[in-house]
Design a protein. Sequence first.
Length: 668
Amino acid sequence: MFEDNSASETYPGKAGSHFLLPTDHFQAQANVSSMETYSDLCAAAKDDENTFWCNLARSQLHWHQPFTQVLDESNPPFYTWFADGELNVSYNCLDVHLVNGTADKTAIIFEADDGTSYKISYRELHQKVSKFANGLRSLGIKKGDRVIIYMPMSVEGVAAMQACARIGAIHSVVFGGFSAKALQERIIDVGAIAVITADYQVRGGKQLPLKAMVDEALALGGCENITNVVVYQRTGSQLNWNGTHNRDIWLHELTKNQSTECEPEWVDAEHPLFVLYTSGSTGKPKGVQHCSGGYLLWAKQTMHWVFDLKPNDIFWCTADIGWITGHSYIAYGPLAAGATQIVFEGVPMFPDAGRFWRTIEKHRATIFYTAPTAIRSLIKAADEDPSIHPNKFNLSSLRLLGTVGEPINPAAWMWYYQNVGGKLCPVVDTFWQTETGGIMLSPLPGATPLVPGSCTLPLPGIVCAIVDESGHDVPDGQGGLLVLKRPWPSMIRTIWNDPERFKKNYFPQELGGHMYLAGDGAIRNKDTGYFTITGRIDDILNVSGHRMGTMEIESALVLNPIVAEAAVVGRPDDTTGEAICAFVVLKRSRPTGEDACHIARDLRNWVAKEIGPIAKPKEIRFGDNLPKTRSGKIMRRLLRTLAKGEVITQDVSTLENPAILEQLKETL
């Protein structure tokens, strides 16, 4: 609960800065209740890094075999944490609650797409996961094997991840919106031997095929290692069944005779827990590899610090398990922390744009964590239809709000704070990435004075800085590259099967080879020291909180037989943050009018099939050529200017074909 002091109060010692300050009531109950406490935690981490992390790991996690070494940095940047300790992630998320008196506490409230819901306790979830894990073991899946999970948002999706963790199998979750081609590429790259999927997923009142997409992916070739496809029966609608060599098996058939007890596979802390693919600036997605011990520690600890979790909270993260947010703040962090959480199958706009607010009211959610894209869409919807404005619902249960996935602009922040939180809920604007495993910069809601649009300060133990392209610190008030100067437990361990790419992408020699390059620009306020993220510095687009490489989309476009060349850039979009804009040269004459519209539609559908609907360009422009230098380099900075609708003021004297710029101004 916050007091709006933005017009009258300043944070002591930070002249000229205006804040939203926590009330005495919120501070009194907060897990971190003052800036002094925050500073003490940061000082402890700085003064004795090993002791700081050691104490957290020993107090927060159950160790089957205690560790004796905290951080090993003898082979940078391949840092290891707690490496000689043994634990099991699923045990830490489920079994610990069976012995601490909370076995019958609700673990998950499942809210289906059609509005029906049910609850499952920690005891029941433990039994479900144990039967699932025993079923996977009966198929011969063992420690170190890779399993693809291509599932809808469901209790079964979470259970699939936990079951893999329980037996030491490495899971790779693929978002259900990705195409068969994208799924096939990930199956091959990770070397999976099994796929866990569903007959259909239900979103926005529609049934979308998953099992059929798996069949299509396997038919593309290169997936001969897949010996089993385990299928959760979500709808019971008709589908093709491949009984050859008993490859396809229903989940309910696999688990019906399995024991509700499953001895966990104890693994060392550095054992890979999962590989999650994220877009790269080349056409090939990167398999981000995360470990077991350090990853789980940070997912759990940030629940305590950032979300100020209390025993009676109802936590709701609206992400999908196909993304890192769904891993850290649905499948692992909340369960390790013993939270009650909502798992939501649907979409925010179905049956109308009041769905989020209706669900909060129904389940009395206390903590709500969503994306700025969703907030912007809901602002627009509430303006158009006042009947689904948040103030038409009882949101009094809320005590904390959060945002994730991309920077949130101050206007959207204030709308969220005023209309959803009723000016009573802190807003934790969190910055982190697939590669960081958990939140890096965020307000601590009982301590940090808030500034709309700023993710404020690094969490204790996280050493952030802003540097120039040579790795030198830049003065406050000047923008630069966001880096992390010290290792942290939940950090990416490597890129699956590509350690050289890992070093080049994240620990470049240009910065000394020891600093983690986040790939985002940032600026730090001179008065407050607060960080504000300014956007990507590479060829990565952030569309509705989903990261996609421009090269990946360009590669998909040029695979179309009518496309000769393509260049993709991003432009600002009020709803999605960034929109994809493609400049395309065909192998035939440049189309115009209705012909151009038809071809653009076909190309958008082509990209959806190659990558997924989220990668569809919002805008396609056709040209006889692309703006290139005499050496053949595409001038993407000029394309970005064109995409934004701005006047080109840059030097174009190096262009081989400057007249092409007038042609590419035309939009469909």
